[in-house]
Design a protein around this ligand. Structure first.
Ligand SMILES: [Ca+2]
Ligand SMILES: [Ca+2]
Length: 192
């Protein structure tokens, strides 16, 4: 009888640990001088990213982010050092990426099956939307770096509507979009 009670007690402890484990959005780590972000298997990600002067701050401020190799945990974000560029993989859920205005490093965003969106704030962003209805939105100002957007399958959209000055948006796979001299490249599989 005593043996049976002990087994029940251990089972209860195990259940508590499973329920308490936090559901992080994904993991950030540095390999070489490239920051990588890989999503967890479930749930959307809502990422803020800044990379400047070799230092990256990345994370989901709601769900939290795991700081992997080369990164340190700062609240719900990861702070990563010796970073020249980044590859962000969003996984199957529709996610959003907000590249902050102070960011300067090249960032490649690989959208998954969901409806993904990227707000371009600074630095050259290369967004591959993949399946789903994906969206890239540019800031009200013309950032000094060329951005690229290919939508992949699904209806995909780019928004320059925040700007009041005339913009060139031609779906000709050439880096001639955005403000004069901005050199964005909105690919032919995107609507405007
Ligand atoms: Ca997508
Ligand atoms: Ca798409």
């Amino acid at each position: 009888m005593r043996h049976g009670r002990r087994l029940i007690g251990l089972a209860a402890v195990g259940l508590t640990l499973v329920c308490a484990s936090p559901a992080f959005a994904g993991t950030a780590y540095v390999s070489g001088r490239t920051l990588h972000y890989t999503t967890a298997s479930t749930g959307p990600d809502s990422l803020l990213i800044t990379i400047a002067n070799g230092i990256a701050n990345i994370g989901d401020g709601t769900v939290g982010t795991v700081a992997g190799t080369g990164c340190a945990q700062e609240s719900r974000y990861a702070r990563c050092l010796n970073v020249d560029d980044a590859v962000i993989e969003l996984g199957s859920e529709g996610s959003s990426v907000n590249v902050q205005p102070g960011s300067t490093a090249p960032i490649k965003v690989i959208g998954g099956a969901g409806n993904d969106s990227v707000l371009v704030g600074g630095g050259p962003v290369d967004f591959e939307g993949g399946p789903g209805w994906d969206m890239m939105q540019v800031p009200v100002y013309a950032d000094a770096s060329p951005d690229s957007f290919s939508g992949g399958p699904g209806r995909d959209f780019v928004y320059y509507s925040a700007r009041t000055a005339p913009q060139n948006v031609s779906l000709d796979d050439a880096p001639n979009d955005g403000a004069p001299g901005e050199h964005d490249n909105i690919h032919s599989d995107v609507a405007t």
